[in-house]
Design a protein around this ligand. Sequence first.
Ligand code: NAI
Ligand code: MG
Length: 478
Amino acid sequence: MKNLRTQLFIDNQWVDSVAGDCFETVDPSNETVIAKVSRARSEDVDLAAKAASRAMQGPWPRLPPVERGTILFKLADLIDGNSRNLAKLETIDVGKPLSDSLGDIAGVSDTIRYNAGAADKLEGATIPIGPDHFDFSVMEPIGVTGHIMPWNYPLGMAARSVAPALAAGCSVILKPAEQSPLSTLAFAELCEEAGFPSGVVNVVPGFGNEAGAALTSHPLVRGISFTGSVATGRAVYQSAAVGLKKVVLELGGKNPMIVFPDADLDQAASDAVVGAYANSGQVCSASSLLFVHEDIREDFLVRFTDMSKKLTIGGGMDDRDLGPLASSEQYDRVRSFLDGASDQGVRVLFGGDRPSHMDRGYFIEPTLIECSDLGQPIARQEVFGPVAVVIAFAEQETVVEMINDLDYGLVAGIYTRDISRALRLVSEIDAGTIWINGWYIGGAQVPTGGNKASGIGRERGLPGIANYLELKNVGIRI
Ligand code: NAI
Ligand code: MG
């Protein structure tokens, strides 16, 4: 990897945007500009879509699948070989502690290897319809795909949708979030080195209402994967509907953890702290809503508070437990939740402020807020910051009602030693993922995605590859 890449990557070429202008990307640890990055607009997305469409007429989808896998395996090795540089780019671009970024990049190569290994296992079926016919199905790539990414795990989110698309034989156009383009551009350079044919991988950094909207409405784009907010997800879905594109949406959550009196409270509290505050809470599956049985409320809160108070906070490269929020907009959004909450008289058990010793950077302390029910916006809405809400409960039924009353349905966690109770709850709770006695359980193999406002479809695992495949059925009279 040579220099910081700041141009668009289209058709295996590094190019300026047609209009020739740039946007700035900022280090949220110190509010300084890191780089000016070419700003893709609809005319640039059009060039990328045409290149990606030509790639679908070329060798890429016709390669023996094992050879597609070989290129992806090579990409994974290149990512491992450049992991420090990629991690550092994510750390300066979004403020994430360096150790966390290194862990995320290791997850990127895992994800690519999982999909590389699956490339030659995407089988169809033979379907018995009687002695006079032979019927079979084949799985084909859907075509050009657009990937609109968030800033909380820039390459992690990109890999989880781009790797299966490439394994399936699709070409891809990646639009990183405007807050975090740098690692995705470095990724493009590694794709070039791995040997993808021209036009198979394209990267168009830019803004959502420009490059993003151009991608969702482009007639050559056949599928869209989007991770981000509910409001933008709705706009993406509407735009994709006009062109009848396949869509996968991952739209975040307000994720309940239910802690029963018989739970291992040390485990539950330590998982809740990591779940709520890792990546400064900017995680779709954060443990942001803690339902704790009233009999153990005190015991749980003592543990949770002790552990939280030990967390250190600092700039991304200082590699403390928590970094800043990723951007000034995110800082303002989290602040407005906190300011609104204190106006509504909820109890702030700790935190709620900028650390007193830090005057630059978008820092907010780990915060715990107690509510009595889901009446306050901070109890129901995704804050996407280091803010957990705790609600004490008496009856299991009322907790289930409250959880199912949330707009979101991404993850729910159940902490109990009573496996029968846990398994009954699995079927009662409306969420795409249930974790029992652990948090952040998963990996490249495990499908993830949400119910209700948390999204449409699943990513990762084999269902994640199916997003990029279309079944063609062939019937023969014999
Ligand atoms: P956003 O949903 O607006 O942005 C996500 C991506 O969508 C970015 O790449 C953006 O450029 C693009 N985009 C924006 N408008 C678009 C449009 N009209 N058409 C196509 N693409 C468009 O999210 P934002 O503003 O960065 O964050 C707001 C909130 O969203 C956060 O506070 C958090 O609650 C949630 N969020 C959830 C994420 C998750 O992991 N599910 C990730 C990021 C944000
Ligand atoms: Mg930045």
